[in-house]
Design a protein around this ligand. Structure first.
Ligand SMILES: Cc1ncc(C[n+]2csc(CCOP(=O)(O)OP(=O)(O)O)c2C)c(N)n1
Ligand SMILES: [Mg+2]
Length: 1019
């Protein structure tokens, strides 16, 4: 009230000139409205009793409309504003509207009218009520929309009752008698089209059409006015949702393909699992519409991730995989030629480039291979999309986009969905909007939604990023096509995520072999009676005269023939090629046969000048007037000092590796929690000005003018999402070093699914290589059970090399062994070796995932330093570092060989020195634990023939490396020599929480390691 009084008191009516400046509707956007600055009528109106606080906005709107054209408002408002402008005294501006034949009142009439004041307050209230009603439709219309083809309404919205509809107008203080009154439409609706006012009955009718039919639009939670207006315009503008004749015919053709494809598979292989699309056949036209519209907007590369449901159909009819290739996957007698295990047909990926018929433009589509683990592929798709954008210079997502498909149960249930959504707007992770499509068949295997989620819709997770959700009844292909058009336009206008929720049903069981009546008897009774969507749609179009029955039948027959012919051709296929199902080819990286171009790895060393140059950049602030923290100045000074002494610590070794690759044109991307500084404050790849907020400098990007870009990015606090993302990023381009660092190695297990399903087994399943690097800080340092172990045992247990077979030591054994393995596991003890292994990752002629257990205390250990000499041309990664002291000089005197890896080496040599046993005990570092360096271990075991062999580790016996290395060392010696153990005993937790116990345990096992009599007499 107060606000209105004071603002109204300041108001003056617009002059004609001002009025002329008012924003007009844009010619391109008929009916599009923009918000206007508030203008108010003159001071005298402050005395009008109906101008209370709640109605002020409304009166302002009326005034605006009146200024535009007096006919826009009800006659009563026209008179009111005329009187105000004519200077009517306070309280007397209002007059009841004239009779139909009446003339415009003059000033004298005003006085008379004041005596017979009608119920003005009701008039305003009614207008406000209508506004509320309009808003209620916009907010909650989706509650009453007819979204469910089965009509069983599984969405529980009881706690948010919806007051829309003709019957509910009473709740707004309106009644039947108001139905034919004209109401001015607020700027927040487009239902009027070109009309500024409508009778209430028509208002409700249009709102029902926009919000309560087969489309339910959920968007009013978006806190951006322009975006809300955009959506209102798309769904409210009369007639906008109607499809043209040609669009309808295309839609029918797509529905025919989608439906008949499943029917064909069912006819030919009735007992094969295929996770058919029956009940959601409109998914195919949905995706095709999204792709068409996106292609028209300039998108030429679409990366798709999807689960099992309807996958073969999408491959056939959206991505256009040759049908015979799909059909021969059903032929169980065909053998696969490729190495590896292969995968079931509904997990395989695919890559295809073709012309989009609607836009006439070339478009590349890839469907990412994925494991059974639902939603795990989401971040992988996003990472690959980001990489495609990055390498093609598409900084705004105008050419490359992703589409993610989801099941309703998985979308609501899997946490990685949420993790992936949270990457969507982060600068180094955004893909500039994803179109999500949910196949919401209202069931997850045998579980009903009410048991599968606590939110009303399966899509509610998307609200965290303000993504609009377009729910649509999938039995209405036209509605589906329309929302998909809008979804694609949204993505290609705002470059933000959007969700299409296809509310459908699952005609069969979870798969074709499954009996759904066990658990959902009533639902399935209903489904059995449900007419197929194609049939319904065809009947509708025939009735409308869009197609003739004969045309329809011909289209069906034509597609059936295509399937039959492809089936015949598929019989000619003799061999299955999994590589035909590759989702990310690397043109030029392999030979035409898909083999590495050579089986050698050149020296990974670099020239002295390069070391000096990179070292100097690492020690500098290459930016003027940039104040860094005093502590960092000391660190940089320390680096400069090391460079002058020609040595590297860990951080500098890493700098040398990244810097040299960048100089050679290799993009390096390091991502993970707090990686920019480094969890242990050792890295400092991003410098922060201490005086200017957000001013940063990345010296690694100042190496040379023609260097590749360096990306270092602190990630969100997610492992599953971020590791998946980086894995996807690494898929796009073999000539990039992509690293993910865990804050502490043990946190990798929240990304276990990515590690197990993609990284360790991805190549075997999908013939797809990947060179991702995992940096996992690891080491027992008395910090407790957490933050200690990166669980080497888990990674080693998944290595594919045979412990019991000593390999044939052919030429290029080292590289061939790497080629054959599923991943490489290393724990480097020196900065130089870390430097080499990072560079080797790129210089190898193929790609393998690399798992590196990285140090914590060694980062600052005075002895864990490497000289430049170990990094010069000719030097290379040392898979095993032999003893180079007195023991090596007199091997026949050596009584014990202690094999180890990682930081325990430094404890061992200190203890050996303290005990004066440098000549009797050899300490050998196995730096590349897997694939196991059988050849080099053999050299060492042969060298020390009189010694016993022992593996020493700081991890517990059932953990760490012991169970992996022991059988391999045994195999190396022909099982003639035992391999003793020194380390912590078996335990459930990775480490003790007590520092004293930690030190005591260390002392105990060092004692075991150096007690040369400890194992005598034992077998
Ligand atoms: C992470 C994960 N957990 C469990 C499963 C087993 N599973 C396979 S399909 C399925 C139901 C999925 O339901 P929904 O997401 O609604 O997809 P729909 O099959 O209904 O299309 C389940 C639980 C799985 N594949 N992945
Ligand atoms: Mg489902």
């Amino acid at each position: 009230m107060h606000r209105l009084r004071t603002t109204v008191a300041r108001l003056r009516p617009l002059t004609a000139a001002q009025a002329a400046l008012k924003p007009r509707l844009s010619a391109e956007e008929p009916g599009f409205r923009t918000f206007r600055p508030a203008r108010r009528p003159s001071a005298s109106v402050a005395a009008e009793p109906f101008l209370n606080g709640t109605s002020s906005n409304y009166v302002e709107e009326m005034y605006d409309a009146w200024m535009e054209n007096p006919r826009n408002v009800h006659k009563s408002w026209d008179i009111f504003f005329r009187n105000v402008n004519a200077g009517a005294p306070p309280g007397l501006a209002y007059q009841s509207p004239p009779a139909l034949s009446g003339t415009t009142p003059g000033r004298a009439d005003v006085q008379m009218a004041a005596a017979a004041r009608p119920d003005v307050e009701k008039l305003v209230k009614d207008h406000l009520a209508v506004q509320s009603l309009i808003r209620e439709y916009q907010v909650r219309g989706h509650h009453v929309a007819k979204l469910d083809p089965l009509g069983i309404g599984c969405v529980d919205l009881d706690d948010a009752p919806c007051a829309v509809g003709f019957q509910k107008v009473g709740s707004y203080g309106l009644s039947e008698s108001d139905m034919d009154k004209m109401f001015r439409l607020p700027a927040t609706t487009f239902i009027g089209g070109t009309d500024g006012a409508l009778p209430l009955r028509e208002i409700i009718h249009r709102l029902e059409t926009a919000y309560c039919q087969h489309i339910g639009v959920e968007f009013m939670f978006i806190n951006d006015v322009d975006k809300c207006q955009w959506i209102r315009q798309k769904f409210e503008t009369p007639g906008l949702m109607r499809l043209g004749l040609e669009e309808k015919r295309t839609l029918l053709a797509r529905m025919i393909r989608s439906t008949r494809f499943e029917e064909f598979l069912h006819r030919k292989w009735s007992s094969e699992k295929r996770f058919g699309l029956e009940g959601c056949e409109s998914l195919v036209p949905a995706l095709k519409t999204i792709i068409d519209v996106s292609s028209q907007s300039g998108v030429d590369n679409v990366v798709i991730g999807m689960p099992h449901r309807g996958r073969l159909n999408v491959l056939a009819n959206v991505i256009r995989k040759e049908l015979e290739q799909i059909f021969c996957q059903f032929e169980s007698k065909l053998e696969a030629t490729d190495e590896g295990s292969g995968d079931v047909k509904y997990h395989l990926g695919m890559y295809h480039r073709r012309t989009n018929r609607v836009s006439g433009r070339q478009i590349t589509m890839s469907l990412m291979a994925n494991p059974s683990h639902l939603e795990a592929v989401d971040p992988v798709v996003q990472g690959k999309t980001k990489a495609e954008q990055f390498y093609s210079g598409d900084t705004e997502g105008k050419r490359v986009m992703s589409i993610l498909l989801h099941g309703d149960a998985a979308f609501a249930g899997q946490g990685v969905v949420y993790e992936t959504f949270h990457l969507s707007d982060l600068p180094s992770y955004t893909t500039h909007g994803t179109v999500h499509v949910v196949v919401n068949n209202q069931i997850g295997f045998t579980t009903d939604p009410r048991m599968a989620r606590s939110s009303a819709y399966p899509t509610d997770v998307a609200r965290v990023v303000n993504a609009p959700v377009f729910h649509v009844n999938a039995d209405d292909p036209e509605a589906v096509a329309y929302v998909c058009q809008v979804a694609a336009q949204w993505r290609n206008t705002f470059y933000k995520d959007v969700v299409v929720d296809l509310v459908c049903y699952r005609r069969n069981g979870h798969n074709e072999m499954d009996e759904p009546m066990f658990t959902q008897p009533l639902m399935y009774k209903k489904i059995k009676k449900q007419k197929g969507v194609l049939k319904k749609f065809a009947e509708k179009l025939v009735a409308e005269g869009v197609v003739t029955p004969q045309e329809y039948e011909e289209e069906v027959a034509q597609y059936d023939k295509i399937c039959e012919e492809a089936y015949t051709r598929s019989k000619d296929e003799k061999i299955l090629h999994i590589k035909h199902w590759l989702d990310s080819p690397w043109p030029g990286f392999f030979t035409l046969e898909g083999q590495p171009k050579c089986m050698r790895c050149p020296s990974t060393g670099i020239k002295e000048e390069a070391l000096l140059h990179i070292g100097n950049v690492a020690a500098s602030v290459p930016e003027r007037d940039f104040t860094i923290h005093g502590g960092l100045s000391r660190i940089l000074k320390g680096r400069a000092d090391m460079v002058s002494r020609r040595v590297c610590d860990w951080a500098l070794g890493e700098y040398m590796a990244f810097g040299s690759l960048l100089k050679e044109g290799i993009h390096v991307r390091l991502s993970g929690q707090d990686v920019e500084r480094g969890t242990f404050s050792h890295r400092h790849h991003v410098l922060h000005d201490q005086n200017v907020d957000k001013r940063i400098c990345v010296p690694m990007n100042r190496l040379s003018a023609d260097q590749a870009p360096y990306t270092v990015c602190n990630s969100s606090l997610s492992e599953y999402g971020v590791l998946g993302f980086e894995l996807g990023f690494a898929m796009a381009n073999p000539n990039a070093l992509v690293l993910w660092e865990a804050q502490f190695g043990d946190f990798h297990n929240t990304a276990q699914c990515i590690i197990d399903q993609f990284i360790s087994s991805g190549q075997a399943k999908w013939v797809r290589q990947n060179g991702i690097v995992l940096l996992l800080p690891h080491g027992m340092e008395g910090l407790g059970p957490e933050h200690s172990s990166a669980r080497p045992e888990r990674f080693l247990q998944m290595c594919n090399d045979d412990p019991d077979v000593f390999p044939t030591l052919i030429e290029d054994f080292e590289v061939r062994q790497l080629y054959d393995c599923n991943w490489i596991v290393v724990n480097c003890s020196t900065p130089a070796n870390y430097f080499h292994v990072l560079r080797r990752q790129i210089l190898l002629p193929f790609r393998k995932p690399l798992v590196i257990f990285t140090p914590k205390s060694l980062l600052r250990h005075p002895e864990a330093k490497s000289g430049f000499d170990d990094m010069l041309p000719g030097s290379h990664f040392l898979r095993l570092i032999p003893d180079d002291g007195p023991a090596a000089a007199g091997p026949e005197q050596v009584k014990r060989v202690v094999f180890c890896c990682g930081k325990i080496y430094y404890e061992l040599i200190r203890e050996r020195k303290d005990r004066g046993m440098d000549d009797s005990v050899a300490v050998i570092r196995v730096e590349q634990v897997s694939p196991f360096p059988f050849d080099l271990v053999k050299v060492e075991t042969d060298r020390y023939m009189n010694a016993d062999l022992l593996w020493c580790q700081e991890e517990h016996k059932n953990q760490g490396y012991y169970n992996y290395v022991r059988p391999r060392i045994r195999t190396t010696t022909g099982r003639t020599r035992p391999v003793w153990y020194a380390g912590r005993g078996s335990a459930a937790a990775p480490a003790t929480g007590n520092k004293q116990t930690h030190l005591m345990e260390l002392q105990l096992f060092l004692e075991t390691a150096f007690n040369l009599e400890g194992f005598s007499g034992r077998l």
